[in-house]
Design a protein around this ligand. Structure first.
Ligand SMILES: Cc1ncc(C[n+]2csc(CCOP(=O)(O)OP(=O)(O)O)c2C)c(N)n1
Ligand SMILES: [Mg+2]
Length: 555
């Protein structure tokens, strides 16, 4: 059969049910068979980057991999930001790019660019298949590499003559390659429990790896067994229910919360599982480390000791490590726990940031208070970058793993709408994209894709008429303001008309009390919707450079 047909069969056998893509001459060999698949549905986006965000959102929300596909040249280069965004957050996707025929490679042929090389630093692995005989083994390996160990994005570049070549392939003989998940060594687990039991104020730091391993519920049991406060990293937001007695929020210098930073600073030992100690989480590394001991569990050996030396490093799958820790912990009985452990619900109330602002123009904090009240646990939120995204991280209450999809490592404007589209396609849940007035236009065209396919994503715009995060940085780090004001976003430019133009529902909200009714109307419309919430341009967002110096802005 044709290699392209074999590829579609392989995707089906690997469990792929959705391809997010844009066809073009360089990938039409592949699309010929994609269109014939009864198992795979495909969506045509309006920008290639959005295809990869959608495939990433699909995985993050559901745990099921998806494929992104595009044509060669500018289609492929438009993939780069999406590939980077997935890969930095350890999200497995297969990104397939069409390519000119092999004889044209390296000859400045039309729309012929070496995307495999371009993507090398931003993907987990890239392939360019020039031998049709390698198609099957390359795809099989690509799926294994995407999922195994620390997951990531894979780029497979497919010259047109390779897509259209005849190859020998019997789908009945194809078996997805097995995935190895490393188990922890028993001695290390025993040592970890001993260190926790010897500590005065230990805490558990749940990272995104726990969500990826589908181990959040077991992780909470471990915390309960050991009586440890649970701090979730931004990538693990939702890993512990908002109201759980051991939930100590986030620590960090941007999406951190006063409770998370306090509990962290009060600790003397951190059991970090599936986390990577990145800069926005740690802030000043001296303050973060202090005299604390760190146990670091990660599936990827190079993550351990990458930022600072761990007192105990354990290379293991998060779920296997948690199971082993639970068994070991049970041998030793309950311990008294962290100084704050018994007190967390009260502390959460005491240190909560104010949300009930009644002012007009609306204080953005109020928007998040309303979102917390309005949406239940079944919604899936996405967010890209900006102070709106940071407020979202600080203020939103999320109680389910995979219920909050942020562009953590890339902080990518434009991620939100396509990721919400993919999340909704994958789960049927209510996708809600939370974003700023500037980020909105990065991929607003994807509203057309939502409307066409009747995917009723709700877009919440916190419209502060500014590149708010950049304004705040210019103001406090330098004392100037340049090219960040967007008064037109609250005036002559009308996002309601943009929404309506893309066959969506749109509404502008000026009064905080109107937010729930506007959301009701958005839902009742049955269409994708844009709720443009006109907010106070001057409100700043709490942040700092170290866990002990985050400045709170209260209005
Ligand atoms: C693709 C991309 N380009 C540029 C940036 C840098 N950047 C971060 S936040 C921001 C402004 C965002 O403004 P808005 O969407 O209105 O959000 P706000 O900060 O006002 O909430 C910019 C330009 C980015 N994160 N991603
Ligand atoms: Mg803004």
């Amino acid at each position: 059969m044709k290699a392209a047909e074999a590829i579609i069969k392989i995707l089906e056998l690997e469990g792929i049910d959705t391809v997010y893509g844009i066809p073009g001459a360089g990938i039409n060999g592949f699309y010929k068979y994609l269109g014939r698949s009864e198992k795979i549905k495909s969506f045509c986006h309006r920008h290639e980057e959005a295809c990869v965000h959608a495939a990433g959102g699909h995985f993050r929300a559901s745990g099921k991999m998806a494929v992104a596909a595009c044509t060669s040249g500018p289609g492929a280069t438009n993939f780069v930001t999406g590939v980077y965004t997935c890969n930095i957050d350890s999200i497995p996707v297969i990104a397939i790019t069409g390519q000119a025929v092999t004889a044209q490679l390296g000859k400045d042929a039309f729309q012929c660019v070496d995307i495999a090389r371009i993507c090398e630093p931003v993907a987990k692995k890239t392939y360019q298949i020039t031998d049709p005989g390698k198609v099957v083994e390359t795809f099989a390996e690509a799926f294994r590499v995407a999922k195994e160990g620390k997951p990531g994005a894979i780029v497979i570049d497919l010259p047109l003559d390779v897509q259209n070549a005849e190859i020998d392939f019997d789908p009945a003989l194809y078996l997805p390659l097995s995935i190895e998940t490393p188990a922890p060594e028993a001695e290390a687990i025993a040592r970890a429990i001993q260190m926790i039991n010897e500590a005065k104020n230990p805490l558990l730091l749940m990272g995104g790896g726990v969500i990826l391993a589908n181990a959040a519920a077991r992780c909470i049991q471990l915390a309960e067994e050991l009586n440890l406060p649970v701090i979730t990293t931004y990538m693990a937001k939702g890993g512990i229910p908002a109201g759980h007695p051991l939930n100590a929020g986030h620590c960090g210098i941007q999406v951190g919360q006063p409770i998370g930073n306090k509990v962290f600073l009060d600790s003397d030992l951190v059991l970090g599982i599936g986390c990577r100690f990145t800069d926005r989480h740690t802030g000043d590394i001296g303050i973060y480390r202090g005299d604390r001991k760190f146990i670091h569990i990660n599936i990827e050996p190079s993550e351990i000791n990458k930022i600072f030396p761990a007192d105990l490093g354990i290379v293991a799958d998060a779920k296997k490590a948690i199971e082993a820790l639970l068994v070991e912990a049970k041998k030793h009985g309950k311990r008294s726990g962290h100084v704050d452990a018994a007190n967390l619900p009260a502390l959460r109330k005491e240190l909560a940031r104010k949300l009930d602002y009644g002012a007009k123009p609306i204080n953005p904090h109020r928007v998040f208070g309303e979102l917390n009240k309005y949406f239940g646990d079944e919604a899936v939120f996405t967010t890209g970058c900006g102070i709106t995204q940071i407020w979202s991280g600080q203020l939103q209450e999320i109680s389910k793993p995979r219920g909050y999809l942020a562009s953590g490592g890339a902080g990518c404007l434009g991620y939100d709408i396509p990721a919400a589209f993919g999340a909704t396609v994958a789960t049927g849940k209510q996708g809600v994209a939370v974003m700023g007035d500037f980020g909105f236009t990065f991929h607003a065209q994807e509203l057309a894709v939502c409307a066409k396919n009747k995917i009723p994503v709700i877009v919440i715009i916190v419209n502060n008429a500014y590149l708010g995060l950049i304004r705040q940085n210019q103001k406090y780090a330098y004392g100037y303001e340049c090219d960040v004001a967007m008064p037109e976003n609250q005036g002559m430019i009308d996002y309601v008309k943009v929404a309506e133009g893309f066959a969506c529902y749109g509404e502008r909200v000026f009064d905080p009390a109107e937010i729930p009714a506007a959301l009701d109307r958005a839902k009742a419309s049955g269409k994708p919707a844009v709720i443009d919430i006109v907010c106070d341009p001057a409100v700043d967002c709490s942040m700092g450079t170290a866990l002990d110096n985050c400045r709170e802005f209260v209005y």
